[in-house]
Design a protein around this ligand. Structure first.
Ligand code: GDP
Length: 201
């Protein structure tokens, strides 16, 4: 395990795109702690990452879901590498293709020194079979992960609490999902703090 000296606070808008990687084996050597961001296609991953970075269009939101098959690397304030994993589970993609996505993601996660995986889930739908498959894999690989519920603005107070509890149960009950909304900037500071705390561990 590498020891990383993360600064006390990260200046999030000081984020730049590093490169895209088509194959985990081509991953560059960058001596920074890594946070991976995973989620179903259309879960709101690009929007949440832009909110996290405090930048409008750094992460391209895809008009054509299921077409991004690359790992996109972002250097955050020379303190952290955020790795945007390809959105999986696109309904119209053939099963074989979907499995290829998941194995690419697992291939990367296996070889990298990852501090935390953010597992994004749409607050309305909860974990889908492909999410559960990845979660099971993360658990068996002993990787730390944090569930993050996206699009929280879609539900009102009571419904939101209920869905968050159901979501937690569906994922084994151990980890409480962090509710976020890119549209309302809800939970973004909490997410930054969670990551910063994780890096200081
Ligand atoms: P990605 O495919 O996971 O990268 O998702 P995008 O960020 O491209 O968003 C997918 C769709 O969800 C788009 O239509 C967004 O406008 C919408 N969306 C993203 N974030 C939010 C949010 O916080 N609230 C709501 N209501 N919709 C969102």
């Amino acid at each position: 395990m590498t020891t990383h000296n993360a600064p006390f606070t990260i200046h999030w808008p000081n984020t730049s795109f590093v490169q895209s990687v088509a194959n985990p084996r081509e991953f560059p050597h960058i001596a920074l702690p890594q946070i991976a961001v995973a989620g179903h296609s259309n879960v709101g991953k690009s929007s949440l990452m832009n909110s996290l970075f405090g930048r409008k269009n750094l992460v391209k939101t895809s008009k054509n879901p299921g077409c991004t098959r690359l790992l996109n690397l972002f250097n955050v304030d020379e303190a952290l590498l955020v790795v945007d994993l390809p959105g999986y589970g696109y309904a119209r993609a053939p099963k074989r293709e979907q499995n290829r996505w998941i194995s690419m993601i697992e291939g990367y996660l296996k070889q990298a020194d990852i501090a935390l995986v953010l597992m994004l889930l749409d607050i309305r739908h909860g974990p889908k079979p492909s999410d559960l498959q990845l979660i099971e894999w993360l658990n068996s690989a002993g990787l730390r992960w944090q569930p993050v519920a996206t699009k929280a603005d879609k539900l009102s107070g009571n419904q939101r609490m209920k869905r968050l509890q159901e979501m937690q149960q569906a994922m084994g009950g151990m980890l409480a999902p962090l509710p976020t909304s890119s549209f309302k900037s809800t939970g973004v500071d909490a997410l930054r703090q969670l990551i910063e705390t994780e890096l200081r561990r």
